[in-house]
Design a protein around this ligand. Structure first.
Ligand code: HEM
Length: 493
């Protein structure tokens, strides 16, 4: 099967004057596989481009060369994919396009938990074991714990709102989402985590690993460079903390009903063996890391987008006031907070928390008529796919109502996959959706806010897509009726 390129006349609406023409596939089943177009940037330049701004580099490559582009990173070739159909094929064919192997730098932090395991059987066993905790019903039982974390965040913000301080929304979200995941999954709050598991430490460790993913010429970890030493210190503090958490729980009666209980109680159906401490540590680290940053980035970008789109913010506030009437949300309320969920979905389309998803090509093969070599890496660009004019009208505009219809066009085209797709689809999707609704509802019930217009907003793609310089906002207490009701009902309870 062969896919050729043809320029599409429709153009992206971005006003920066760049040529946003994209290319689409035409299938010619008779032809020989073609070579993937190679980026015209050399190896060193590509490494520099990626480290400076990998999103910009891969977006330019897409505009220039099409939906599949080969980059050379020294010994490693990377194919960047920006077509929803090809992405879907990669996501669903896990035997041909697997997770990265033992040289995956993310393993330095996460070990071989669900996100980084390349052993399909072990991954399947662990996924099956953890899945029951992530069903909608199980997650509903976590709402009250999530809500307590939201209340703590609101109290922390109260003080800043009274004095109209500048607040870094990104930090606020990193803290509340870490609190939520550690309370719900391991029964410890963010205040008890100590220095080892601070959001900044998790972020630093993941950045370190991501940098090694983009730069095959990184100094070996054994070299005593300042960066290596700092990374090793962070990781040994993490490990000490997590192994103690596991040991303490082993010495306690089960009954928390959380992820840690589940991991400790799991038994192999055939051998009856449980997971060892290292395996549990890896799943704990994975859940800490995957379970808070992505949601934090989604909410940070959502708040930014709402600050720039007052009509959407007003509609959101109205929905929250109407549905909740000043109360804390129940499970039924979350089903009714439809626009709130759409705001998070639209923020994820424009700023997918996992903008570039890596895979490893297991065998020589063809994808969309192109020849792919075994051992090469793939990066699926959810960022490019979410802004593709072939799937989305005015793709750069923030319009949560796109998700009003039962199936918006981008979803029909499989162009909406911020949680991934296929067997590795995010296990925490429902968890993150409910959490995002609870946090947005809490913030909108209690505060008015605006973005600091003097603050520079830029993207920085690491493992997640975060604002490069944070997100400065000013909060003020709401003074109207709906907000007073919530404050009063809280003081009576
Ligand atoms: C808005 C929030 C979130 C986004 C956008 C997101 C996105 C993703 C994506 C794209 C993947 C697929 C990665 C791949 O195919 O290689 C993934 C996997 C995963 N996510 Fe999330 N995630 C979010 C929240 C969460 C939460 C809250 C948790 C846990 C509490 C979580 C845990 C995981 C795990 C364990 C995996 C690996 C699944 C597997 O391979 O079986 N995520 N996530």
């Amino acid at each position: 099967m062969r896919i050729g390129y043809q320029a599409v006349s429709a153009r992206n609406s971005r006003p920066d004057g760049d040529d946003k023409t994209v290319k689409r596939h035409e299938i010619d089943t008779a032809a020989e596989p073609m070579e993937v177009p190679t980026s015209d940037r050399g190896v060193i330049q590509t490494i520099r481009d990626f480290r400076a701004d990998i999103l910009k580099a891969t977006e330019l490559g897409w505009r220039r060369h099409g939906d599949i582009v080969k980059y050379r990173l020294g010994p490693v070739s990377v194919y960047c994919i920006s077509s929803s159909e090809l992405a879907h094929e990669v996501f669903t064919n896990t035997s041909l396009y697997g997770k990265l192997g033992p040289d995956n730098p993310l393993r330095l932090v996460l070990g071989t938990g669900l996100l980084t395991s390349s052993d399909h059987e072990v991954w399947k066993r662990n996924r099956r074991m953890m899945q029951p905790l992530y069903t909608r019903t199980s997650i509903e039982q976590m709402y009250s714990t999530m809500q307590e974390c939201v209340e703590r965040m609101l109290v922390r913000l109260d003080h800043h709102a009274e004095s109209a301080d500048l607040v870094d929304m990104h930090r606020v979200q990193m803290q509340v989402t870490l609190d939520v995941v550690s309370q719900c999954m391991f029964g410890v709050g963010v205040d008890e985590l100590g220095d080892a598991a601070k959001p900044e430490s998790v972020e630093h460790a993941l950045n370190f690993a991501f940098d090694r993913l983009q730069n095959p010429f990184s100094a070996p970890l054994s070299w005593p460079t300042r960066t290596n030493r700092r990374f090793r210190t962070i990781m040994s503090e993490f490990d000490e903390y997590v192994y103690k958490l596991i040991a303490d729980r082993r010495n306690t009666e089960p009954g928390y009903g959380d992820l840690l209980d589940m991991l400790l109680g799991a038994r192999d159906e055939e051998t009856g063996e449980g997971l060892n401490d290292r395996e549990i540590r890896d799943e704990v680290m994975t859940t800490f890391a995957a379970g808070h940053e992505s949601t934090a980035q989604t909410l940070t970008w959502a708040m930014y987008l709402l600050s720039q789109n007052p009509e959407a913010a007003a509609r959101l506030r109205q929905e929250i006031d109407t549905v909740l009437d000043g109360r804390s949300p129940t499970a039924q309320d979350l089903r009714d907070l439809k626009y709130t969920a759409q705001v998070a979905s639209e923020a994820l389309r424009l700023y997918p928390s996992a903008p570039l998803i890596p895979r490893l090509v297991a065998r020589d093969c063809t994808l969309g008529g192109y020849r792919l070599r075994a051992g090469s890496r793939i990066l699926i660009s959810l960022f490019n796919i979410g802004r593709d004019v072939r799937h989305w009208d005015d793709p750069d505009e923030f319009r949560p109502e796109r998700f009003d219809a039962d199936k918006p066009i981008g979803v029909e085209h499989k162009a909406y996959a911020p949680f991934g797709a296929g067997p590795h689809i995010c296990i925490g999707k429902h968890f993150a959706t409910a959490e995002s609704q609870l946090i947005l509802a809490g913030l909108f019930q209690r505060f008015d806010f605006r973005h600091n217009p003097h603050h520079d907003v830029q993207t920085l793609a690491s493992i997640t897509l975060r604002p490069r310089y944070g997100m400065e906002m000013i909060f003020r207490p709401r003074t109207d009726r709906a907000s007073r009701m919530r404050t009063e009902s809280r003081s009576h309870s």
